[in-house]
Design a protein around this ligand. Structure first.
Ligand code: 4AD
Ligand code: MG
Length: 435
């Protein structure tokens, strides 16, 4: 038998086909057995008629349980009643493995599905998400490469923090204590712009997030970029066009998956078509007060609730800039026109619509070495550990900047998921690190 995918068999519409896959559903009647078979591409209904097949095939068919693997040959034809509109009348059937009783049945709790994640990956929902995920990873590589970026890797074991000490994962490194898992590639990426100028990566980042929210993982995939000579506007432009590119690719390649996920693609179209609004932190405070009567004192960070309210005013991501200096990381640049009484930084957060939160965090990088040292000291850091980083500001420093994009945040939004946990095959959170 020469096997074709179920999708190809459906496209063929009639004639002899050979397919292979797993049993998705089965129904056994007195003189016929209905099997819905799935493979990576789709599902198709098959019928086995007692009087049309050998005794062995008939007996095998009656023993088959869900998730058994098998090879099938038969005639495909149109049948309105079948789930994908076609049916295969089975002539030959080869059972590759008789599955034991599959633990996942209908209506199981989220916890049960999480415990059986290795099996739940086979669901149509997870299969669809994983396909979109593959498109998004591909799109990120394509985007940066077409823009002339080099792919570059930072170490995962690091002795520095970049996004605050409270979310560091400590590692026992041969008895040494101050070793952490990377929160970001950034501090090891900045030294490399002096050789490659435009660089990007997709790598896991680790955050010891104690929050049990629908948008935090402890291990997530982080797409980051850093660019020499880049202005603050350049950084925002790259962020906007990367998001547009990812969504465009998913709309091109994954219409079927979005449909399986029940995602309304109209909600994604404005992202591709319209320019992202760019607003300052000060404007955000005014908007929140005007539209929702929310009074945020100047200098407070935007929390989930504020980001969600803000996001609800738009049908595409927005870029929020000029945050108060004290709520942002030590490496962000204070622009020349920053008010000394209310100092701000050239940091940008891209906030998704529909309550999916921050997709991108980025900034122009501070060029004044003394300002960086002052901030690090205020945070109680040992400056010696940052020598390699501070050297970037000593030997031919240039204006530069970059951003990080949470791939699972983007996926959760694109796919319209209830939780970020479904955007990654095996999610890691405060409460879950198995299977
Ligand atoms: O805003 P963050 O912390 O920025 C940085 O790490 C910078 N060093 C990036 C850079 O400039 N190179 O994180 C960047 C993005 C966030 O916007 C968010 O999308 C995602 O990473 N992110 C998380 N995603 C899932 N789970 C978490 N716990 C996340 N924390 C951040
Ligand atoms: Mg951030």
């Amino acid at each position: 038998m020469k096997f074709i995918s179920i999708q190809k068999a459906l496209d063929k519409k009639k004639g002899k086909v050979s397919i292979r896959g797993w049993i998705y559903r089965e129904r056994k009647l007195k003189d016929k057995v209905f099997l819905v078979i799935r493979d990576y591409s789709d599902i198709v209904q098959c019928i086995i008629k007692k009087d049309k097949v050998s005794e062995k095939i008939w007996n095998d068919a009656n023993k088959l349980l869900i998730e058994s693997s098998l090879e099938v040959e038969g005639e495909i034809y149109k049948d309105k009643r079948a789930p994908t509109g076609y049916e295969i009348n089975v002539k030959k059937l080869n059972v590759v493995d008789f599955a034991e009783k599959f633990p996942i049945t209908k209506d199981q709790s989220t916890e049960f599905l999480a415990d059986n994640r290795h099996l739940w990956l086979r669901s149509r929902k997870m299969t669809a998400i994983l396909k979109v995920r593959s498109t998004v990873f591909g799109a990120i590589h394509e985007y940066f490469r077409k823009e002339g970026f080099y792919e570059y890797q930072s170490p995962i074991f690091q002795a520095v923090q970049c996004e605050g000490g409270s979310t560091l994962f400590h590692v026992d490194y041969f008895g040494k204590k101050d070793v952490f898992l990377a929160q970001t590639w950034q501090l090891y990426a900045e030294p490399a712009i002096f050789s490659l100028e435009k660089i990007y990566t997709i790598a896991p980042s680790f955050r010891a997030e104690k929050s049990k929210t629908s948008r935090h993982l402890t291990e997530y995939w982080h797409a980051e970029m850093e660019v020499a000579w880049g202005s603050f506007d350049d950084i925002i432009n790259y962020g906007e066009s990367l998001i547009k590119y990812m969504v465009k690719k998913v709309l091109e390649k994954n219409k079927k998956e979005l449909e399986i996920l029940g995602r309304d693609i109209k909600k994604l179209e404005p992202t591709v078509k319209k320019k992202f609004p760019r607003i300052t932190y000060d404007e955000v405070l005014k908007l929140l007060e005007k539209k929702f009567k929310m009074r945020i004192p100047w200098g407070k960070d935007l929390r989930t609730i504020e980001e969600d309210k803000l996001g609800s005013l738009f049908d595409l991501p927005i870029a929020v800039t000029r945050y108060p200096k004290k709520v942002k990381a030590f490496y962000m640049k204070e622009p020349g026109d920053s008010d000394p009484k209310k100092p701000v930084v050239n940091g940008v957060d891209f906030i998704a619509p529909e309550g999916y939160g921050e997709l991108i965090g980025g900034s122009e990088r501070e060029s004044d070495i003394n300002k960086i040292i002052k901030r690090l000291k205020e945070e109680g850091e040992n400056i010696k550990e940052y020598k390699f980083y501070l050297d970037t500001r000593k030997y031919g420093s240039v204006p530069h900047g970059g951003f990080g994009l949470g791939v699972e945040r983007v996926l959760a939004w694109i796919c319209g998921l209830d939780s970020i946990k479904d955007a990654i095959p095996f999610p890691r959170t405060m409460l879950r690190y198995k299977p």
